[in-house]
Ligand binder design. Structure first.
Ligand code: NAG
Ligand code: NAG
Ligand code: NAG
Length: 529
């Protein structure tokens, strides 16, 4: 999402969260995502013949084939490839013509392009993907550019050139049959594509894990279809091709993937493309409790992630502690009853421990501390939004910052005061690179020791912080996220609604410095005011 590129980051591949959950007493399946280093058309605005477009796409598809084989060898039953990973990006409506294929609606036509290659013309990409699925007996989720003819006499929205052009996800069963087709709804400056007239709520069913929902990239920030799938339709497992530009401190790819999976209470199989020159990296396999992720802004290659994932579809496994999640209500780290009580008990102890420190100190360095009682607030631009912030002072404290009806409240205790942190609030319409209404509480590590550095991009922090963050949100859609130094991801020990009106999360005992703790609220109903 960012137009800035980070060069400072390292390489991270890690398993976060609780790994001690007993295996064996719950059905699972093996999922794979592939972060593909996309080979781009260097001149995407220049129209190409079909033959040249195919030649370009076959280079990317060749790598898809290798990775599908590798994933299947490791036992994967489903593999997800990134958005734009076959054709690239930055086309115009006309320059993409050679890349387009017509994808028949699987609700109307049952078709395996691998088995019946000549049934529809100009479907080489569909064929090759279908054969990958068929040959390796694996579900394949891929993103491609599609066209769909329309008739302006019947359909008043039909574009003047007589066809829709869609950013499209296609899902193939392990027999190679097309089982789902999804047209991206929330486009991100994609001149080549049309927005479908209505959002599409697309799911497909697998024999190994039940039902999955489908959406793409920027869709993750909007209600339709992503949140509607999770809340109204009860879909607990999502496949998510993306081409996401990292933007710290709130919207790095893996950071928001983690937050979406936690907030919506779903498994998210997220595949991002790898294009360092555009700040694109960050893929993972997320459950509400843990994740395997890849984030690499320096390397030059793709990355296959494979892991076993518990089945979350209640229609498939029946109700269990894993499947009875209610989206956007918050969960304990393990979603086990006894642990929940423990987490709450800890919260109570923590409050009393932090009470009564009225003369908080604000330290620029260990020897340069200012004692102050006065709440000091300032504003700083964070990701194009004008946040109101208040700095953390001393080793522990209790602070509040408000914007309109949204008050953010923080209790914290930290290892030292050498780094500047601030608690920020934003309650308003975000208008740069997309229009969407935010209610955000964010504890951020500032990149330097002056206030205007709060909200800047950093992947690093040394301060160990125990905290409890809450906010008086007017929306029920809050995505909790905790980012540690070196792009490590954490889930809250506990999160949820208290007294019906405040959403909170708490975390203690992190082993890395805290970069960002956020409660990212989205007020979808206010997007169009
Ligand atoms: C895509 O377009 C953006 C904005 O015009 C430009 O900065 C970027 O270099 C382009 N990327 C490619 C791959 O052409
Ligand atoms: C935090 O401060 C507020 C007032 O500033 C006070 O009402 C509240 O009890 C404090 N909470 C804790 C846990 O110290
Ligand atoms: C941010 O908001 C404050 C207070 O409303 C205002 O004084 C300041 O000019 C704003 N900053 C920017 C860059 O718009």
């Amino acid at each position: 999402m960012s137009l800035r590129v980070l060069w400072t980051a390292g390489f991270v591949l890690c398993l976060t969260g609780l790994q001690l959950i007993r295996a064996g007493d719950h059905p699972s399946y093996v999922a794979a995502v592939y972060e593909h280093r996309v080979l781009l058309n260097p001149e995407p605005r220049v129209p190409l013949e079909r033959r040249s477009a195919l030649k370009h796409m076959q280079q990317n598809l060749r790598m898809f084939e290798e990775q599908t084989e590798d994933a299947a060898r490791q036992g994967a039953q489903i593999i997800v490839f990134p958005e734009d990973a076959i054709h690239g990006f930055n086309f115009t409506r006309s320059s993409i013509a050679g890349y387009l294929e017509t994808v028949p609606d699987p609700k109307e036509i049952t078709w395996s392009p691998c088995s019946e290659p000549d049934r529809f013309p100009d479907t080489e990409v569909l064929r090759r993907l279908s054969c990958m699925a068929h040959k390796n007996r694996i579900f394949v989720v891929a993103n491609m550019a599609s066209r769909q003819s329309c008739d302006g006499h019947i359909d008043p929205q039909c574009p003047v050139d007589g066809q829709y052009q869609f950013n499209t996800n296609v899902v193939f069963s392990d027999r190679g049959t097309i089982v789902a087709r999804y047209h991206k709804h929330n486009l991100y400056f994609e001149a080549a594509f049309d927005t479908p007239a209505e959002p599409e709520y697309i799911t497909f069913t697998t024999p190994f894990a039940g039902r999955f929902g489908v959406f793409t990239c920027f869709d993750i920030l909007f209600r339709d279809p992503a949140v509607t799938l999770a809340t109204d339709m009860g879909v607990r497992q999502m496949v998510y091709p993306t081409a996401w530009m990292n933007q710290l401190p709130l919207l790095a790819a893996v950071q928001f993937q983690r937050a979406f999976s936690s907030g919506a209470g779903v498994t998210l199989l997220a595949a991002n493309i790898r294009a360092a020159e555009y700040g694109m990296t960050g893929s993972g396999i997320f459950t509400p409790w843990d994740s395997v992720v890849h984030h690499d802004t320096e390397g030059n290659s793709g990355k296959l992630l494979v892991r076993s994932v518990p089945v979350m579809d209640p229609a498939f496994v029946g109700e269990s502690y894993r499947t009875t999640l209610v989206p956007f209500t918050g969960y304990s780290k393990t979603n086990l009853g006894s642990e929940l009580e423990e987490a709450q008990a800890w919260d109570v102890n923590f409050f009393s421990a932090t009470q009564g420190d009225p003369k908080a100190q604000f330290c620029r360095t260990d020897s340069d501390c200012v004692e102050t009682d006065s709440p000091l607030t300032f504003t700083s631009i964070m990701m194009y939004d004008n946040f109101t912030l208040t700095p953390l002072k001393g080793n522990k404290g209790n602070l509040t910052v408000c914007s309109g009806s949204l008050c953010c409240h923080l209790l914290f205790q930290r290892s030292h005061t050498l780094e500047l942190y601030a608690l920020g609030v934003f309650n308003g319409l975000h208008v740069v690179h997309g229009t969407y209404y935010l209610e955000v509480c964010a504890l951020v590590r500032c990149t330097a020791l002056h206030h205007s550095s709060c909200g800047g991009e950093t992947e690093h922090a040394q301060t160990l912080m125990d905290f409890r963050l809450d906010g008086t949100f007017s929306t029920r859609r809050v995505f909790p996220g905790i980012l540690g130094s070196g792009m490590t991801l954490e889930v809250p020990d506990h999160s949820g609604w208290e007294s019906g009106s405040r959403f909170y999360m708490s975390r203690r005992g992190m082993s890395t410095g805290l970069v960002t703790a956020m409660l990212y609220g989205r007020h979808y109903e206010k997007d169009n005011i």
